[in-house]
Design a protein around this ligand. Structure first.
Ligand code: GCU
Length: 596
């Protein structure tokens, strides 16, 4: 084709430009376990430009190698973006004031030095999370995409990679859309960007893609089950070792998959005694290592059992939100959340409303904290949209694959505050069943709303759930506490119930009458009344008040809110405690004392 054949204006008239990037979307099946693996960090300075009109996808900015203007054959609207840089991981909203409310596409670029690629080797880029959709380009080629703003994904760059210098571009689009998960209406801030770690992973021709080691369900802690799946359908032998438990044990692998159950009596993991074992698993020359806790979980009637003992959950909810860093979580942030939860007397945390950083479950394993992890099937999702369901289920499988060896994770939550419609029942019933099938070792729940017609805990979805989550705000959105007494009296759920949200707003430092909204006195009064009434329902086996810290949300614009949800027991500075903090801590201390 000669230059006169190219229509330089074609991209102005093609509104189907996104179709070119519809293929190559990766999901849970492309994930690779990172347990104990070496990886090269790709974090640090990247070039960065905003692209609100998706000009880069329209004009294929990725196709032209970065070059000095003197060498250009035609004018360009993109030159690699080196005039601006951003450091990953970050939420772009927090980097410059003019980017704070930006919702659209943006381009990250960097060079990538690679050693020669060995025959059969796999070279992958692992992205810890990109909110919401990411498209990846290497050396001018589109190499894959991902949807879902809070789960890790792997892009295989082997075919486009070369020894020496490569050019890596990642386009991230954080637009809120009705067909996404979550959809365009949420009560948390829509941070954008590459906000968790990015790394380069080099793997042998055949590698361990996934593995799980747990107490075999239904064996009361006497037998361990090990599962392994390889990247290829080979017959082989895997060897699993658990320091201090005997072994090693040999697993026959057929067609790339193997399972073995064997006698072992591990010391059981619990929040009070978070015992972890060093586990290693080798096969076809690849080895993965993890620190794994063993515990049993069950539901019996309206009770939850951990290691065969009745469990009462003393919880608190928490978002990933920071006044300075947005949705980025460091180990220090995570350890501070758990320290504040422990100071409250918690043994349980609801990581709302999306998969948190993988380090949260790893650190919870170490410090002893039970976790509810969930996918953002939040409010009015497009429940009749098949693509939306595929997105939600993929996020669920990515979460399960990422955290299935974490003893601290006891509940998969498949949604939050969704109206009980036929389409929602089908969508979330399928998700709950998918979670049970993918991971029979854990419990499945959802944060449901009360049934307004019967004024009871009654939701058709509960047929698919092991535990019923209920969000209720008597004393706040519904000021009359009599409603809570009536609800509890009307209900006979037949399964354990966790109050997955309750609470009230308070501006830190605002003191006054305990009937005046947004005072600390009113928040504390709501907590006292809630805790007292909830204690009367023996089927309520846990409470998880909303929320540990104040957090950003665009939809709250009263002068006392100014873009923040003030229901935190601590202010956004994550230091200033409110009166209600001690009300909850005193309550949990009394509960814990009755257990010992
Ligand atoms: C809802 C919702 C939360 C929200 C909270 C509130 O229950 O699940 O995401 O922040 O109520 O109104 O503060």
């Amino acid at each position: 084709m000669t230059t006169t054949d190219i229509d330089p204006y074609h991209h102005l008239h093609d509104e189907n430009f996104a179709d070119a990037y519809a293929r190559g979307r990766v999901g849970a099946t492309a994930m690779v376990t990172m347990a104990g693996r070496a990886a090269t960090s790709l974090d640090g300075a990247w070039t960065f430009v905003l692209d609100l009109y998706d000009e880069g996808l329209r004009q294929r900015w990725f196709a032209d190698q970065v070059a000095p203007v003197e060498t250009w054959a035609a004018p360009r609207d993109y030159d690699g973006g080196g005039w601006q840089t951003i450091t990953t991981p970050s939420s772009w909203n927090m980097v410059r004031p003019e980017w704070f409310y930006f919702e659209g596409g943006a381009w990250y670029g960097r060079t990538l030095q690679l050693d020669p690629i060995v025959a059969g080797e796999h070279v992958l880029v692992r992205i810890g999370a990109a909110n919401y959709e990411a498209r990846v380009f290497l050396n001018g080629r589109f190499v894959g995409s991902h949807r879902g703003g809070s789960t890790p994904f792997f892009i295989d760059i082997t075919a486009a990679a070369r020894a020496g210098e490569n050019w890596l571009l990642i386009q991230v689009d954080n637009r809120r859309r009705s067909d996404r998960v979550p959809m365009h209406h949420t009560d948390w801030f829509n941070y954008g960007g590459l906000y968790r770690e990015i790394s380069l992973v080099r793997l042998p021709a055949v590698f361990i893609r996934d593995f799980a080691v747990m107490l075999a369900p239904g064996t009361d802690g006497q037998r361990v089950r090990a599962e392994v799946s390889l990247s290829a359908p080979l017959d082989a032998e895997a060897v699993v070792s658990i320091a201090g438990l005997g072994g090693p044990w040999r697993i026959a692998v057929k067609g790339g998959k193997g399972t073995l159950e064997f006698d072992a009596r591990p010391e059981l993991w619990s929040p009070d005694a978070p015992k972890l074992y060093d586990v290693s698993l080798s096969c076809t020359g690849d080895t993965v290592r993890d620190r794994i806790g063993f515990r049993t979980l069950a539901v019996r009637g309206e009770h939850i059992l951990l290691n065969g003992q009745d469990l009462l959950l003393r919880g608190i909810c928490v978002h990933e939100d920071d006044v300075d860093h947005g949705k980025v979580s460091s180990d220090d942030d995570i350890r501070r959340r758990f320290a504040h939860a422990k100071a409250l007397g918690c043994n349980f945390m609801r990581l709302a409303h999306y998969p948190h950083h993988e380090r949260a479950a790893e650190i919870a394993d170490e410090v002893g904290m039970l976790l509810w992890e969930e996918i953002p099937v939040y409010w009015a999702i497009e429940f009749a949209n098949a693509d939306t369901y595929a997105d939600a289920e993929n996020q669920l499988h990515e979460l399960i694959r990422r955290d299935r060896n974490r003893a601290s994770v006891i509940i998969w939550g498949v949604g939050n505050e969704n109206a009980d419609t036929d389409a929602r029942l089908s969508f979330m019933g399928r998700l709950a069943d998918a979670a049970k099938k993918a991971d029979p070792s854990r419990l499945v729940s959802a944060a449901c709303l009360i049934n307004r017609e019967t004024f009871a805990i009654q939701d058709r979805l509960t047929e698919h759930l092991d535990i019923i989550g209920i969000n209720e705000y008597f004393g706040w959105y519904e000021p009359d506490f009599e409603g809570l007494r009536r609800l509890l009296k009307n209900s006979r759920p037949g399964k354990p119930v966790i109050i997955t949200e309750t609470g009230a707003d308070a501006v830190a430092g605002s003191r006054g009458s305990d009937t005046t909204f947004f005072t600390e006195d009113k928040q504390a009064a709501v907590y006292r009344e809630q805790l007292s009434i909830l204690a009367t329902a023996d089927y309520v086996r846990g409470i998880c008040p909303w929320i540990l810290y104040d957090f950003r949300t665009e939809r709250r614009q009263a002068a006392l809110q100014q873009g923040w949800n003030r229901k935190g027991l601590l202010a956004a500075d994550k230091t200033t405690r409110k009166l209600a903090f001690d009300v909850l801590a005193d309550h949990y201390r009394r509960l814990a004392d009755t257990e010992h």
